[in-house]
Design a protein around this ligand. Sequence first.
Ligand code: AMP
Ligand code: TRP
Length: 343
Amino acid sequence: MCDRVMRVFSGIQPSGNLHLGNYLGAIVNFVELQDANQCIYCVVDLHSITVWQDPEKLKRNIHEITAGFIASGLDPKKSIIFNQSSVQEHAELSWLLNCVARVGWLNRMTQFKEKAGKNKEKMSVGLYTYPVLMAADILAYKATHVPVGEDQKQHIELSRDIAQKFNIDFHDRILEITAKDEFFVLPEPMITGPVTRVMSLRDGQKKMSSSELSDMTRINLLDTADQISNKIKKAKTDSEAIPEKMIEIGDRYELINLLSIYAGISGQRKEDVLSEFSGKQFSYLKEALTDLLVQKICPIGNEMNKIIDEKEYLGNILQEGAKKARAIAHPVLEETKKIIGLA
Ligand code: AMP
Ligand code: TRP
């Protein structure tokens, strides 16, 4: 990591429950970064509507993510917290960047292929160009670092490609208008959460996700102690003993996942967690993991429940955040338009 202050940007979609994957893969990092860097965290509501969202629920989901941020330790005095649709510069820059990105680049995006599956023709156009909106989110702030889970790496690489193509295509204009060689900053992905890929409790080869139909596949930040206990009890495992060394684990994905979650939550190394549980029954590991999750996750859920209905409090945080965000994004958009020849 560099020792200069970084400008950090990241986003989470308000499209369902905040789960352990979001927490360990992203939010834990968000909180850690906020003390020493300029951090901007966005509830990406425009991304969420690329698939159908119930309008009645969307507003509540936006507040739920905001409450999750606050309950996990984000401080609106230290970090800018806002929702994407309240800063219109995102949508406008996204259009400009749609004209820079190439169809061939988007065709390579694995997340679209996974989400669309065989129904590509029936998906919204928004779902297809979603990574370009994501690039606009990041580039509008000239963010230097983007903390995300592993599944987002390809999208950040696309953001870099778009930034680079813009810098090259408009090089002479950029030089003339800004007296610099480059306009957009190429953002670095930060895939450094305690667990960069938390897997489903029912299939150790699938990522934990809010779009998975069965709630038994994930731990939500709002789960009660009983729900957590039930889900961990029923989590898929195999019938072999827990080995001594990581190298002996091989392709026992479900075991690897439970150990990783334990390590991520407790702040221990996976190797140390393994030596604590080697030779023991799975039920022993599951009980210890349940206790740990109840101890660490339930207080966050309780806090979320406390603030989720404080609409004015949450509304104010988002409004204040949007003002600060716009102050950064607006001049960048205006300059982009000038470079392109639009203003
Ligand atoms: P999303 O819920 O798709 O908006 O994701 C928000 C953030 O959580 C992104 O940085 C994702 O990479 C991260 N994330 C989502 N699911 C997981 C997972 N199963 N493991 C690790 N990180 C995840
Ligand atoms: N696409 C990301 C996800 O689904 C969310 C996101 C949108 C994002 N814009 C972003 C993440 C900008 C980082 C930076 O997880």
